[in-house]
Design a protein around this ligand. Structure first.
Ligand SMILES: Nc1ncnc2c1ncn2[C@@H]1O[C@H](COP(=O)(O)OP(=O)(O)OP(=O)(O)O)[C@@H](O)[C@H]1O
Ligand SMILES: [Mg+2]
Length: 405
């Protein structure tokens, strides 16, 4: 199969808005240019719809017909809704090319008249979708663009899958996106033709997050702030933008060493799961989120006696990463740690820092916790901070020294 001439010119048709993703574009473009289909998958907010739109615009130029649907969670129980979005506008064009039984089945499914169900109209409906796509493709290439496939109503997903498996060399390409946390994107491939390419969207790099923030008007951020945003967002563009917005709106920037303010919009993503933790386990995780490199031993020393059992509870809820990586306590996503901290009442946070100010083994770390455990100025704290600042300077860490001094 020949690859069209423009295949190696990524920037040509790509809207400037999309930052990074060069490799992903190249892979998807190559697959689509040779007539194949693509499933983009990744976590919430990672940028699937953004890439999907850009690819659809680019590839749509070579298609005679572009069929689109974008499922929503609240409507996923409505049978044939996605199919109606996809085929509703072209029904007039194709219906007289279908055998009568298929036409009736498709029309009653799409219009909601005649109580159509997949059980009742079974084969006629399946064949009707296939025939409709073939009829359209006979006039010129077809591109099917489907976003949020995880919410596709099951009837539409089934019908699309049936057609996709039988299209063969018919020029119908599918470009889909699905929100998943892990390998379960697999089952969504069933709605696409065999040999479709599944491409995962990975986190953005720090430089890309920085470019994204710049691009959206959050300019002039300190490098350390961009680093914090990148870390807390885990390279997720939606999270990074929300964190940037919260910082821009926040009249009091976080104190040095304190996590970034997490806006309510993002806390909501993890609050459900946090709500399932026992009160004691939440306290333990709060201490972990306040610590720099928390370990079970540190949590013990900080007075969390049942740290192991509570961590197991948190891991079972998906709040902590389960894969063993040395003795460190690792949150499943940095945002969980930041949201937990942001949600905790100020006095609980101070108590966590107070516990860590004696438990941490590093003197600079202890001084930092002491500062965050204290409201106002306390002469003893001030003296300890000055001491730690000298120590930090001696170790050649001027920015840490500045934040403590
Ligand atoms: N590569 C990128 N360049 C510029 N902006 C991006 C990029 N990726 C994502 N964004 C921005 O991040 C936000 C989230 O992106 P998007 O809506 O594409 O994510 P998604 O993966 O489709 O999320 P969901 O799972 O909720 O559907 C949007 O504001 C989008 O403009
Ligand atoms: Mg999306």
């Amino acid at each position: 199969m020949t690859v069209p001439r423009d295949f190696k010119e990524p920037a040509r048709c790509r809207p400037d808005l999309v930052i990074g993703r060069e490799e992903l574009f190249a892979q998807a473009r190559e697959q689509l240019n040779r007539g194949g289909s693509v499933l983009l998958h990744g976590t919430a907010g990672i940028g699937k719809s953004t890439v999907l739109r850009a690819l659809a615009t680019e590839c749509g130029e070579a298609a005679r017909t572009v069929l689109r649907c974008s499922a929503t969670e609240s409507e996923s129980h409505l049978p044939f809704l996605a199919l109606a979005d996809l085929l509703g506008l072209v029904l007039g064009e194709v219906s007289d090319k279908l055998p009568a039984a298929q036409r009736t089945a498709l029309e009653s499914a799409l219009t909601g008249r005649g109580e159509s169900t997949l059980q009742r109209d079974g084969l006629a409906l399946r064949l009707a979708v296939l025939s409709a796509l073939r009829a359209l493709a006979a006039e010129g290439p077809v591109l099917v663009v489907a976003d949020d496939v995880q919410w596709l109503d099951p009837a539409s997903a089934e019908l699309l899958g049936f057609a996709a498996r039988r299209l063969g060399e018919t020029p119908v390409r599918m470009l889909c996106a699905v929100r998943t946390d892990g390998p379960e994107y697999d089952r969504h491939l069933r709605a696409l033709p065999p040999d479709s390419l599944a491409v995962r969207l990975n986190p953005l790099s720090r430089a890309q997050v920085s470019a994204l923030l710049d691009h959206r008007g959050y300019t002039g951020l300190q490098r350390s702030t961009v680093r914090d945003i990148h870390r807390t967002s885990g390279g997720n563009p939606l999270f990074a933008l929300e964190l940037g917005r919260a910082l821009a709106e926040n009249p009091t920037p976080p104190r040095p060493g304190e996590p970034l303010p997490v806006p309510t919009s993002l806390r909501a993503l993890v609050l459900n799961r946090l709500g399932m933790l026992s009160e004691e386990a939440r306290h333990t995780l709060l201490v972990a989120s306040a610590g720099a490199r928390p370990t079970p031993a540190l949590l013990h020393t900080a007075g969390r006696e049942n740290a192991e059992a509570e961590m197991a509870q948190a891991a079972a809820l998906g709040l902590l990463a389960t894969e063993a990586e040395g003795p460190a306590v690792r949150f499943a996503h940095p945002l969980i740690s930041a949201a937990l901290y942001a949600e905790a009442p100020a006095q609980e946070r101070r108590a966590a820092h107070r516990a860590l100010s004696t438990a941490a083994s590093d003197p600079i770390e202890r001084a930092r916790h002491l500062a965050l455990a204290t409201v106002g100025t306390d002469p003893e704290v001030a003296a300890r901070l000055a001491e730690a600042a000298t120590l930090a300077r001696d170790r050649g860490a001027p920015s840490m020294a500045a934040s403590l001094g």
